[in-house]
Design a protein around this ligand. Structure first.
Ligand SMILES: Cc1cc2nc3c(=O)[nH]c(=O)nc-3n(C[C@H](O)[C@H](O)[C@H](O)COP(=O)(O)OP(=O)(O)OC[C@H]3O[C@@H](n4cnc5c(N)ncnc54)[C@H](O)[C@@H]3O)c2cc1C
Length: 505
């Protein structure tokens, strides 16, 4: 148990937060800053949720998020609490943001330097520079509405949705992100470069609403960042801040049930049988799991088991963490390797739910920026491959090893010569692990798929529609997955808790 002497007032309202992903941790900090007595309950032995850290044979592996795109949302947690982020954490820019490699041998990288990016576009497809300029203007428009105005606004009533409908029509949010990019640039490689972003939040670029084109503007405006020591250092800094604010963190404490009295959340019961009373409960656990497992006995009008079954869940991921005895200095910090049959591959993953013979992947090399992540002379990596979620029926206990072998052999032959002879350490995480270790419904890596009919009002609200005083922060609620999204959900929950369960009556 981690506690501090900086306790909130004795009669402060109590909030139990289930889960310490960025959404849970962000909410816990915000409410502790306001003076609530917050208990954070985490099933695993570390904070961070998907941002878990594996330390192995001298290597440090961030398990999940690696691309920090909205550092101001992290800053806000510290400044609200009267602290300075730089006293806890060193966040540095990454350049280039990404290097995208195509299987035909060509590649494209970009950063915030508009002239340099245009020069690279000119080189790849001279006719696309004008279109690119128009595209980034349109992405800014979407950002101004979709992020600045809507990402921290709760969509609790359908009228909230109706109010924004004219803007959604004006911004052509019926288009997919790929269709949006295709309107502006002709070269198919560039279309892929400027439309892969939904994959970072669990969406298929060929099905996700073009609202997600705002990610490109977010990158350009604030850059892509890295926390020295890895994303785990952000989690540690947030955990420290929460303790300083008087928050109580209980690791290895899984919640088995949310207590409900007269239709209101009144606390939680842990798997060991302990009851923790609270005035409000915030679930950062997977929402489908929260409803089907932690509230299985409660009457639910909107989020019934049947309705949850019908929802579309994001793809899953197969992630291999590995360290090499040699270094690969030419590999960028963030590399994306895109297959030629990109569209077909994504259909296989999202629609047919088949394990393909081909793969597109994201290769992470934090030691490009931060040598502390690997022993001297070595390199630290993870490779992430989108794969179907657990609705596929794939038996990962059987398939994991052959799949790992195919990926590593491909990398060795096509991209990282000598890899197999220089492996120093390795481990992997499969869709089955998302389902069991992370308790995610259908083993989805990003909860509900971010399609239009599962966004904003259509997504489970930040305040439960079924149980009073139960709130949601995290990937499955508004605005959605990704560190920026879940940190915005924390902001929404802070406001809702303050309105509905004021500190002083
Ligand atoms: C491999 C990978 C790479 C990613 N890369 C990026 C990236 O580069 N940039 C980016 O912005 N986003 C990225 N994402 C997405 C981002 O990581 C997630 O959307 C975000 O971190 C999810 O946060 P969350 O608040 O929903 O909580 P989660 O991280 O899902 O954490 C939920 C927590 O709840 C706990 N829990 C569940 N049930 C219980 C229970 N019954 N009792 C107690 N605790 C419970 C779980 O153990 C877990 O710790 C990535 C995701 C993955 C998987």
């Amino acid at each position: 148990m981690i506690t501090s002497n900086n306790a909130p007032a004795k009669d402060a309202k109590k909030v139990a937060v289930i889960g310490s992903g960025f959404g849970g941790l962000g909410t816990a900090i915000r409410l502790a800053t306001k003076g609530y007595k917050v208990t954070l309950l985490e099933a695993r032995d570390q904070l961070g949720g998907r941002a878990y850290v594996y330390r192995q044979d001298g290597f440090t592996f961030d398990a999940g998020p690696t691309v920090i795109t909205a550092p101001f949302l992290i800053d806000e947690l510290f400044t609200n609490a009267g602290r300075r982020t730089e006293d806890y954490l060193k966040i540095v820019p990454v350049d280039p943001f990404y290097k995208i490699e195509f299987y035909d041998g060509s590649s494209f990288d970009y950063n915030a330097d508009e002239a340099a990016t245009e020069a690279k576009i000119r080189q790849m497809s001279p006719g696309d520079v004008e279109g690119y300029r128009a595209m980034i203007r349109a992405a800014k428009d979407i950002f101004d509405k979709g992020f600045t105005e809507l990402s921290t606004k709760p969509f609790l009533n359908f009228t909230d949705m109706l109010k924004v409908a004219p803007d959604l029509i004006r911004l052509q949010s019926h288009l997919t992100v790929y269709q949006f990019a295709a309107r502006y640039v002709k070269d198919d490689r560039l279309r892929r470069v400027f439309s892969f972003h939904p994959l970072l939040v669990g969406g298929n670029p060929f099905q996700t609403t073009s609202i997600y084109a705002l990610i490109h503007h977010l990158e350009r405006e604030w850059g892509v960042h890295y926390a020295m020591g890895g994303t785990g250092a952000v989690v540690q800094a947030m955990g420290k801040l929460f303790g300083e604010l008087g928050g109580e963190t209980r690791l290895s404490t899984a919640v088995s049930r949310i207590l409900v009295k007269e239709g209101k959340a009144a606390g939680v019961v842990t798997e060991s049988g302990e009851t923790i009373q609270a005035d409000a409960v915030v679930s950062n656990a997977d929402i489908a799991t929260t409803y089907t497992k932690l509230l299985s006995n409660e009457k639910r009008k909107r989020w019934t088991d049947k309705k949850l079954k019908k929802m579309r869940y994001s793809m899953s991921l197969f992630v291999i963490y590995f360290g090499t005895r040699k270094q690969y200095p030419n590999i960028a910090h963030h590399t994306i390797l895109l297959s030629d049959h990109y569209k077909e591959l994504l259909s296989e993953i999202f629609i047919d739910k088949k394990l393909s013979n081909e793969f597109s992947m994201y290769l992470h090399r934090p030691s490009a920026t931060d040598p502390s992540m690997a022993p001297e002379g070595c390199d630290c990596f993870y490779v992430l491959i989108p794969v179907p979620n657990q609705q596929s029926g794939i038996d990962w206990q059987r398939e994991a090893k052959p799949f790992r072998d195919r990926v590593m052999q491909w990398l060795d032959q096509h991209y990282m010569p000598g890899l197999l002879d220089n492996l120093a350490t390795e481990r992997y995480f499969t869709p089955l692990d998302f389902e069991t270790t992370l308790r995610s419904h259908a083993g989805a890596a990003f909860s509900f798929e971010p399609i239009f009919t599962q966004s904003a009002w259509f997504r489970p609200h930040n305040h439960s529609e079924d149980i009073e005083n139960l709130f949601f922060a995290g990937a499955g609620t508004h605005p959605g997955a990704g560190m920026p999204g879940v940190l915005c959900s924390a902001k929404i929950v802070e406001d809702l808790v303050c309105q509905r369960i004021p500190l002083k009556v």
